[in-house]
Design a protein around this ligand. Structure first.
Ligand code: EUG
Length: 597
């Protein structure tokens, strides 16, 4: 293991805040202690060129790019690939590779310093017909990280030099950020200014606020729907022109930004912000967000003893969520997670072959403070003490209908219990704790399967059984986390696999493909997916003879006739790529991925 020099937030935009330095160090040490893969290995080829470009053509194009951005603004991806870990993540490839590490790589990286440089890069790409793959910070882990869908694309790393909190309006409780602002950074900025405002963070705090929102990610305070709580964007279009959405479309007085840009989401005319989320229609270089005024909060957990309690739990959750008695986006997790989030490897409990047996989960949790449980619900209520009390009275009374359920406060649990991390996350304090899942296996990587289910027992049971049975078939432990939005839940199944084990990777791919197909057959679709499965997921949204795909393609072709911007992102291919074997669909698509890409 190399000497730990985890970059700090003071020295690098993607670094770790001082308050978490020790924790990060410990997390890194634990991860590396069960790692058997070398830090890097020699590359099979020097640089993966973009499609249909000769070495000469590429060299000419790169020289031209250097003229625009300077030597420092361009980097060839010609060094050994390092997976690193969360806080020291690569921008060259997917650290959690599902196929060969070298398959999903960029040819080069561009580091713009300004929106106008982003515009210049886009114009350059149109001239040389080189595909671009913009990333904010590249921490889209479990969904492809920094990797481009088309190997040999030029990754536009927006975050490295564009990472400022441009504005925080204390009175309006809003902010405007650049792509390289992480949850850690926004949080620290607010603390530094001592403002009574909360951010909303996902389970891990290292991601880009802007990037996560345009991928429609989720957090856990009342502002947990990140896209719904954005307000205003600045976007570089695929022809290099510039657009401001919402009230930003009205020029402010004397050339200033419009003062209502971060206050009202819409402009006059169609609401177009949505088309820049989960798409390849533009590069978002600035984005506004609403912040939450700080308030009192009380987190809690409710445990349930039986597997079969699942139905009743879900049906109790629904009315509580619809009436907005549940204050945030609570999580319902299976008992096995109580073991995984301790950060101890699977072998701590089980060294046998096959799946982690149910009775071993039972024995494991029995030894923990939560005791012999099957499900655990993590919620948080907000407001003043009296209001929280009245909300909790209702919640306790509803869940107490389930025999053997148990309500617990953080104060009743030991200091190292996971609930204390949820207290932070659910009050807008970004953390690193969730990384501890990755100690489950050596060289662990993970892949999310993320279908949407209605919040009702019948549907939730259908999708849960489908996922669990297929995990069993492909030989994986099932880690379900259901994030409750209200009328629906994001069911997040976390497939944890060993990157060093080709057979596990093959099975992880097979499991994903089969779950996507089987879920779609039952009418379930994913809210987000790893880039290698984007085509298959997009295809499941096929109502009306693929009307949605056709609509997206029409927009794509109109905005990006040369097909330079993120071809294949979210299953949207520009005209020049369509029907030429790029789409990974049908039987064996990922098995033969090497031949295709
Ligand atoms: C999680 C939640 C997500 C997601 C990936 C992971 C949580 C893991 C609700 O969205 O997309 C514990």
């Amino acid at each position: 293991m190399s000497q730990s020099q985890i970059p700090s937030l003071n020295s690098l935009h993607s670094g770790v805040p001082e308050r978490l330095a020790k924790e990060a160090d410990a997390a890194r040490t634990r991860l590396y202690s069960i790692r058997t893969l070398p830090e890097s290995k020699p590359r099979g080829e020097p640089v993966r060129l973009p499609p249909n470009i000769t070495q000469d053509g590429f060299d000419t194009a790169i020289n031209a790019l250097v003229k625009i951005l300077g030597e420092k603004g361009v980097e060839l991806n010609d060094k050994e690939l390092k997976d690193g870990w969360y806080m020291e993540h690569p921008n060259t490839h997917d650290a959690y590779h599902v196929i060969d590490q070298e398959e999903m790589v960029c040819s080069a990286l561009a580091y713009p310093c300004s929106t106008s440089e982003v515009q210049s890069i886009v114009k350059w790409a149109n001239e040389y017909r080189i595909p671009l793959w913009p990333i904010s910070m590249g921490r889209n882990i479990g969904y492809g990280g920094a990797a481009p869908r088309v190997p040999g694309s030029v990754v536009v790393d927006l975050g490295r030099n564009m990472n400022q909190v441009l504005r925080i309006d204390e009175n309006n409780a809003s902010c405007m950020v650049e792509p390289g602002v992480s949850y850690f950074k926004l949080y620290e900025e607010i603390q530094k200014r001592d403002l009574p405002l909360w951010i909303d963070t996902p389970d891990l705090g290292g991601g880009s606020v802007l990037g996560n929102a345009i991928d429609r990610g989720v957090g856990y305070t009342p502002y947990g729907d990140h896209f719904a709580n954005h307000c205003g964007m600045e976007v570089v279009l695929p022809d290099g022109s510039l657009l401001r959405t919402g009230m930003g479309a009205i020029p402010g007085k004397d050339g200033a930004d419009n003062p209502t840009w971060e206050s009202f989401q819409h402009a006059y005319g169609p609401a177009i912000d949505g088309i820049f989320s989960q798409s390849n229609f533009g590069i978002v270089t600035k984005m506004g967000f609403w912040l939450m005024p700080e308030t009192g909060h009380q987190s809690y957990m409710i445990t349930f003893p039986r597997e079969e309690d699942f139905e009743q739990i879900v049906d109790i959750i629904r009315p509580l969520a619809l009436k907005r008695i549940l204050g945030n986006i609570p999580q319902l997790r299976h008992a096995i997670q109580e073991l995984a989030v301790t950060g101890k490897p699977r072998t701590n409990w089980y060294t046998g072959s096959g799946r982690f047996p149910r009775d071993v989960v039972r024995e494991g949790v029995k030894a923990l403070p939560v005791g012999d449980i099957s499900w655990v619900f993590y919620g948080t209520q907000y407001g003043d003490a009296a209001s929280i009390k009245s909300q909790l009275d209702i919640i306790k009374s509803e869940f107490s209908k389930i025999k053997g359920s148990r309500f617990m406060l953080p104060s009743e649990l030991p200091a190292d219990h996971y609930i204390h991390s949820r207290v932070n996350v659910c009050s807008g304090v970004p953390v690193l704790k969730e990384l501890d899942w990755l100690n489950w296996k050596s060289n662990a990587a993970h892949l999310f399967f993320s279908p949407i289910t209605p919040t009702d027992s019948k549907n939730a049971r259908t999708i849960h059984n489908l996922i669990d049975n297929l995990h069993q078939k492909w030989g994986f432990d099932t880690f379900p986390t259901l994030c409750v939005a209200g009328r629906e839940m994001h069911y997040i199944a976390n497939i944890v696999y060993d990157r060093a084990d080709e057979d596990e990777k093959r099975r992880a791919r097979g499991l994903m493909r089969e779950m996507i197909a089987a879920a779609a057959k039952e009418g379930f679709g994913e809210y987000r997916t790893h880039l290698l499965f984007a085509d298959q997921v997009a295809e499941t949204y096929g109502w009306g003879g693929g009307a949605l795909r056709k609509f997206n393609e029409t927009i794509k072709d109109a905005l990006d006739p040369n097909g330079i911007l993120a071809p294949g992102r979210n299953g949207i291919w520009p005209k020049s790529y369509r029907g030429k074997g790029w789409e990974l669909v049908g039987e064996g698509a990922l098995q033969s991925v090497k031949a295709k890409i």
